[in-house]
Design a protein around this ligand. Structure first.
Ligand code: NAD
Length: 492
């Protein structure tokens, strides 16, 4: 029998800010993705074909432009040349293939090869968190240095990587060219829905001191019919960080409200319904969970605190949202500890104190959200690793972490091995096998397929029928009816 709770999300959204005026519409044709190409065809290079660069490149090709992608990773380039997409992202493979078959999307090794003859160069390389919380611009600077002598006069360089205020000037300085322009065009796509987000963006933001250059970048996306906002560079860069800071704050807010619900005996699901129907608040990003993470929110919030500090502004409000998030990971771990306590105290290997030594715990989900294979700064991994640090043996299942045929379980690729004396973290091939002998199962990522499992089979596999739902994915009443002890986040 499957158990599922109602999803109350909607997309919300507002009307156009300002429509972009495509210059001299050249072509209008229909594609499998149902969108016409509009405007002049441009030659574009995209540097870095990761979670942002690849959907961006495929979208620009879909819009009719001639796009050459350059990446430093030969494995990725070879896969893409064969039409294989190296990341999990729904519909991306079809969109990439469409471009390749139409002959206007290609992949080469390295930035130098990609920029030959390009009118526009999109920088989509990583900007990881530096030691002091600032954004590390070394990848952006390295590409700028590499292409500085390779780009033709008049080229427009587009910063799509998330970069701090002033970064267009940094790129200009590294390029050392007065005959090219640098423009900021922050990206707002969400992993898991990157294709629809790229084909139908809610807005296009382009910032530059040279408004003509900004308008030319805006024209590239005319076929998306998205509202176009043209600003100066510093404003565009600030919009990106402010957007992510707002989303992170909203998530910390709802996690704090869930904590309040537990304290006062309210149910957060109904509280969210009561909040979200108010259009000023909305339902998006009002979902309690194990804390926010991923490749963007943690680094971008910390970078914004750093940017503010450098500019003499104390962004204490945002620091509060970050601190609330750090507490949320531990709150979830404490919940798990309390949930397994009764079975551990009476089980074959009793566990004392506040650690998990010897406890076997199943977790469902390791990616930072459903619909992606991205483990970077995943809250699910953070919680699982805290259990392991406490001595637990964690049996994990995630739909994107494969276990080769013939293997029972494998270490999770890309994660550091547990410290000596800690527990263990292994990935199992399915949700049921992960539960065998465990004192509890914990839902850590909101994969839809977890709603439709056979929970009678799950209960039989577990050593104790304990379910901690850190995503509020399941219906507590149904789960309890099947004989489980259920703990959610802010749920009764
Ligand atoms: P990613 O790590 O998935 O991809 C970056 C790619 O750049 C990799 O394929 C890497 O091999 C390549 N690369 C690195 N150095 C290179 C070089 N010198 N030449 C050519 N290729 C090089 O990163 P991502 O998640 O796509 O993020 C890219 C940027 O976009 C970051 O600034 C990020 O903050 C921002 N962003 C990310 C998201 C997201 O959801 N991932 C959303 C909005 C903005």
């Amino acid at each position: 029998m499957s158990v599922s709770s109602t999803d109350t999300s909607d997309r919300g959204g507002t009307g156009p800010l300002r429509g972009s005026a495509p210059v001299a519409p050249a072509a209008t044709e229909q594609s499998a993705f149902g969108q016409p190409t509009v405007g002049p065809v441009r030659r574009i290079a995209v540097i870095g074909v990761g979670y942002v660069g690849l959907p961006t490149a495929a979208t620009l090709a879909h819009l009719g432009h001639i796009v050459t992608c350059g990446d430093a990773d030969p494995r990725k380039v070879e896969m893409l040349q064969r039409g294989e997409v190296p990341i999990v992202e729904e519909h991306l493979e079809e969109l990439v293939r469409e471009g390749q078959e139409a002959g206007n999307l290609s992949f080469v090794l390295g930035a130098t090869a990609a920029v030959q003859g390009a009118e526009f160069v999109f920088l989509c390389v990583p900007t990881p968190q530096g030691d002091d919380g600032s954004a590390d611009l070394s990848y952006v600077e390295a590409v700028a240095a590499e292409i500085s002598t390779q780009i033709q006069p008049g080229t427009i360089i587009v910063n799509k990587s998330t970069v701090p205020v002033g970064s267009t000037l940094v790129v200009e300085r590294v390029l050392g060219r007065t005959d090219v322009k640098v423009v900021s065009n922050p990206e707002f796509l969400r992993e898991g829905t990157a294709v629809p987000d790229s084909l139908h963006p809610e807005r296009i933001v382009v910032g530059a001191d040279d408004q003509m250059a900004a308008a030319q970048v805006g024209e590239l996306f005319a076929g998306t019919r998205a509202p176009l906002l043209i600003t100066d560079a510093a404003t565009a860069e600030t919009i990106k960080y402010a957007s992510n800071a707002f989303l992170a704050t909203k998530l910390s807010f709802v996690n704090a409200v869930a904590g309040l619900c537990e304290a006062v005996g309210a149910d957060v699901r109904d509280v969210i319904l009561g909040l979200g129907y108010d259009k000023r608040i909305g339902f998006e990003y009002l979902k309690p969970g194990p804390g926010w993470g991923g490749s963007c929110l943690p680094k971008d919030t910390r970078a914004l605190v750093h940017i503010a500090e450098q500019a003499g502004y104390d962004f204490s409000f945002l620091k509060g949202a970050i601190a609330t998030n750090d507490e949320q990971f531990e709150r979830v771990v404490t919940k798990i500890r309390a949930a397994v306590e009764p079975s551990l105290a009476t089980g074959p290997t009793p566990v004392d104190g506040d650690d998990f030594a010897g406890a076997v715990i199943a977790v469902w989900g390791l990616t930072f959200k459903a619909g992606t294979d991205d483990l970077r700064n995943s809250p699910a991994v953070e919680v699982a690793q805290r259990l392991v640090a406490g001595g637990a043996h964690v049996r994990a299942f995630d739909p994107t972490v494969g276990v080769p045929d013939g293997e029972v379980a494998v270490p999770v690729p890309g994660l550091d091995p547990p410290a000596e004396g800690a527990g263990s973290l292994l990935a199992y091939p399915d949700a049921y096998t992960a539960c065998i002998g465990a004192s509890a199962v914990v839902v850590l990522t909101e994969w839809d397929e977890f709603r439709w499992l056979d929970f009678t089979k799950v209960r039989e596999a577990l050593a104790a029928p304990v379910l901690v739902d850190a995503r509020n994915l399941l219906d507590p009443a149904q789960v309890r009816r099947l004989g489980f002890s259920y703990v959610g986040i802010g749920r009764r």
